[in-house]
Design a protein. Structure first.
Length: 196
C-alpha cells in the first residue's frame, strides 16, 4: 500500500447547529471519503477558490500563495499526515532552490492553498484508514448488525426523539455553494467527523 493517497475536494457542507463546516475529501479512484471539520472562514476560503470568485484584494490564503511566489518557492503539494487526539495535522510541501521544504499547517489552510495553487492533496494511508468512510460499506455493516439482533419496539417518546434527529440530518444536505453567504467566525478545530 502506498504511504500517501491522493484525494480531491468532494464538497464543503454546512452544519446549521454550529458555526463549523465540513470539508469532505474523496479518494481518487475509490468511494472512500475523509470528512474534516473546519471553521467557517476556512470553509469560505476554500469555496471562494473552488468557484473562482475574483476578489478586489487578496484574501489571507491568496496572500500566503503570493508570499511563496515572492520567495521563489513553488508549492508542490499539500499533505494530511497525522490524526492525533481527533486533530488532523498537515504540511505544505514547497520547492525552494531545488530542495523540498515542509511547512506545518492546519489541513483547512493547506486545502485552501492547494485550490489556489492547483496542487494535489495527499492523505497518509493511516489517516485514511482511521477516519475514512465508505458510505455503502458502513450502511451494509449497520444492516447486518440490525439483522443479527431483534430490536425492541420503539416507544412513542423514542419515535419523537428520532424524528428530531431525522430533521437534523435533512438540514445537512446542502449544495456546495451554500456556505459562501454565511458570516465569518474565528477559529478552526480541524477535527474529524466522528463515526457512529
Amino acid at each position: 500500500m502506498p504511504e500517501m493517497i491522493e484525494v480531491q475536494i468532494d464538497s464543503v457542507r454546512v452544519h446549521l447547529m454550529t458555526p463549523q463546516r465540513l470539508v469532505v475529501l474523496k479518494q481518487i479512484g475509490s468511494e472512500r471519503y475523509l470528512p474534516i471539520w473546519v471553521g467557517p472562514y476556512e470553509a469560505e476560503a476554500i469555496t471562494v477558490a473552488l468557484q473562482e470568485v475574483e476578489m478586489i484584494r487578496p484574501l489571507t490564503h491568496d496572500l500566503l500563495k503570493n508570499v511563496f511566489g515572492a520567495f521563489n518557492a513553488r508549492i508542490k503539494r499539500i499533505e494530511i499526515v497525522k490524526l492525533q487526539n481527533e486533530i488532523f495535522y498537515g504540511n505544505i510541501i514547497a520547492e525552494v532552490d531545488g530542495r523540498e521544504v515542509n511547512v506545518d499547517s492546519r489541513p483547512s489552510d493547506a486545502i485552501a492553498l492547494s485550490v489556489r495553487a492547483h496542487v494535489p492533496i495527499l492523505v497518509h494511508f493511516t489517516v485514511m484508514d482511521e477516519a475514512g468512510i465508505i458510505p455503502e460499506q458502513d450502511v451494509s455493516e449497520e444492516t447486518e448488525a440490525v439483522e443479527k439482533e431483534e430490536p425492541a419496539p420503539l416507544s412513542e417518546e423514542s419515535t419523537e426523539r428520532l424524528s428530531v434527529f431525522e430533521d437534523f440530518l435533512e438540514k445537512l444536505e446542502f449544495d456546495k455553494s451554500d456556505d459562501e453567504d454565511k458570516p465569518d467566525d474565528e477559529g478552526s478545530s480541524d477535527t474529524p467527523k466522528k463515526k457512529k
